[in-house]
Write a protein that binds this ligand. Sequence first.
Ligand code: ZN
Length: 358
Amino acid sequence: MKSSIQIGKIMDIPIKLHVTFLLILPVFAWMFANEASFGLNEIKPDSLRYVLSTSAAILLFVCVLLHELGHSYVAKKHGAHIQGITLFLFGGVSSMEEIPRNPRIEFKMALAGPSVSLLIGLILIIIWWFFEAGGSPYLHLIWIVGYINLVLFVFNLLPAFPMDGGRVLRAWLASQMPYIKATHAAAGIGKMFAILMGVLGLVGLGPWFILIAFFIYIGASEEEKSTEVSLILEGVKIKDIMSKEIKSVNSGISIEELVDIMFKFKHMGYPVVDEGGLKGIVTFTDVQRIPKEERKNVKVSDVMTKEIVALKEEDDASIALRQMTAKNIGRIIIKDDYNKMTGIVSRTDLLRAVELLE
Ligand code: ZN
């Protein structure tokens, strides 16, 4: 994901900011400063008001980060590897390679985030309430941040994917019925919820409701589909679905030459191999970034991805799918037990396998 930048690491988890986050931050700061319901709009001088509202916007995202760290902490404790936490327009997303398919763990993991929000919210509101007599403008800041955390708590517990409440619901249902049935049931409830919110938005509660309704509806459908796909791929070995005829390219060739190879072999991605062995992977997306007239002068080594994601032939195909999703990549190099590259598995290979097995 090139559209986000890493700002640091907490608990060994990379923390990233997405560009949409940088755009929304001033919007929030402006809203806190001018919206009467937050109580900052009458504070004088203006400079103090903007310092407070900007602090509130930054603290809001710190709290979103703490919420995500709550999920990650529990996930890590149960052995999941966290790829990173990315702060987006509407909050945070933790990407994990392996989400445990164990209802009890999933239940704890989903509840951990909202619990953090509830705890922060309650503590700040109590502090605010305790000192309220002072009436200092700084207390408004505490109130705003406390209030936002309580909103985060409630909003995230809505019983619909992709909210935490949807996961809590599925985990609970999965303790009573098979996992796939629980997913369908939870997604169904989420969709009903989305339709209800959409209708409420249309009859006058406003465009926000319609936007959130869309967000929930799409989230429910995606969760349903991806659970179905990963259940189908479970127990399928990578070596049975991977492409074995691998065409590799040299890092010294130009992008123009690479495009010719792409036309000839009709693959979208190629391992880059020099005398020293595997150097990286180059895909059609990398090519697209280079304007046509420059392709003669740019080499494969300039655009290739050097971080190689590799799995073993004997690994489960569902792991390949999860890695592709978590790392936002389209293909994975496959090696045998002697660390020799023997194949490549792409999203297309996975989808084909799913179609055949369905
Ligand atoms: Zn959450």
